[in-house]
Design a protein. Structure first.
Length: 120
């Protein structure tokens, strides 16, 4: 299971770079400034959480359930938060509470990751 988190971290990193490149090159032709700023936030958050998933996966191999729970929360949180921001930036469609729910999941995931790291 830990390899799933590491692989997902790799995919998140890939997506962050690809989305960043699109936003830098094609984005200004099709998006207004607020949408580009929203997309930039989404790219940043995705890029930050790619290595966190890799770390959680590596920790989960040794620390078990708590680290797996952290990785799951980080993955779901990033998908919800980044997905909601990206959809809003590209289409103007709001997913309602998806972004704040994703944000809470990310915070919980970081907290569990810290707890898994110091737990004996």
């Amino acid at each position: 299971m830990h390899r799933l988190w590491i692989a997902l971290g790799g995919l998140f990193g890939f997506a962050a770079v690809a989305l960043s490149a699109w936003a830098a090159h094609a984005g200004p032709r099709v998006l207004d400034a607020p949408a580009l700023a929203t997309l930039g936030t989404a790219v940043q958050l995705l890029g930050w959480h790619a290595p966190s998933l890799v770390a959680a996966g590596l920790l989960a191999e040794r620390r078990g359930r708590l680290a797996h729970a952290a990785a799951g929360l980080l993955a779901v949180g990033a998908l919800l938060f980044v997905g909601a921001l990206t959809l809003r930036a590209l289409s103007g469609v709001s997913l309602g509470p998806a972004a704040p729910t994703g944000g809470v999941a990310l915070m919980l995931g970081w907290g569990l990751l810290a707890a898994a790291a110091v737990r004996r």
